[in-house]
Ligand binder design. Sequence first.
Ligand code: COA
Length: 259
Amino acid sequence: MYKTLLTETDRGTLVITINRPDKMNALNKDVIEDLGKALDDVYHNNEIKTAIITGAGEKAFVAGADISEFVGLGKEGGSELARMGQANVFNKIENCPKPIIAAVNGFALGGGCELAMACHFRIASANAKFGQPEVNLGLIPGYGGTQRLTQLVGKGKAMELMMTADMTGAEEAKSLGLVNYVVSLEELLPKAKDILQKIHTKAPLAIESIIACVNDAARCNPEGFDNEVERFGVCFTTEDMKEGTGAFLEKRKPSFKGK
Ligand code: COA
């Protein structure tokens, strides 16, 4: 079904593995196209409640956009590459109404760091390394890195990381707020799946609104507070809200239907 991805569904979680380990899982056109299709599946397939994005092998999550595809590009070609990637993959991940998390299993450089940052949150294995080394190539990040790294780690550190191209290890990435947990490579997918299983027990429409409202905050959207008020109200019209509050009052576990 996909040229460059492996996918499997485990208890409602689609695990998307970028599978070009001999090229450090670099994002070429095929990977971008395949990721776009896999994301359409996450959006539209009711069997899929959440997703994990990870990389094949033990060395790399994704070592960036495929540099060999940069050759011969001019201004329009460069902008188009960034625009298409952002629209079809990176923004689609961020705006997905279902949680998508990154399980970062090695190098997450350039577009790889940007891919992880587009996810709703990140878990790393101890060998993970993050960085935006585009400046080494005479480039800047083009898949949202200047924006999302600044949102996640703050302006000063983001400036430093992008200007120096320095790599950040997993523990430092955790202390910067770039990743939520650091675990062993063996524990990486189990940990990601465990968190998602917990999320599966919560109200899906409320989760969808949390994603939208937190994205507003991260983008400094001035409508963020108003959107929260609106969405809070909409929650009161859902069956899940009646179920959740009813279950609390009846001292039982809620069973949410996403309605
Ligand atoms: N684009 C295209 N090919 C890439 C790549 C990328 N971003 N990153 C790695 N590769 C390829 C290498 O060219 C090499 O291919 P080859 O075996 O056909 O020569 C293969 O993946 C293995 O990489 P290699 O550099 O030999 O591994 P390493 O362990 O010595 O170094 C990295 C690993 C990740 C540090 C190094 O590959 C690297 O710096 N990659 C580029 C990172 C980058 O600048 N990303 C931002 C892009 S905008």
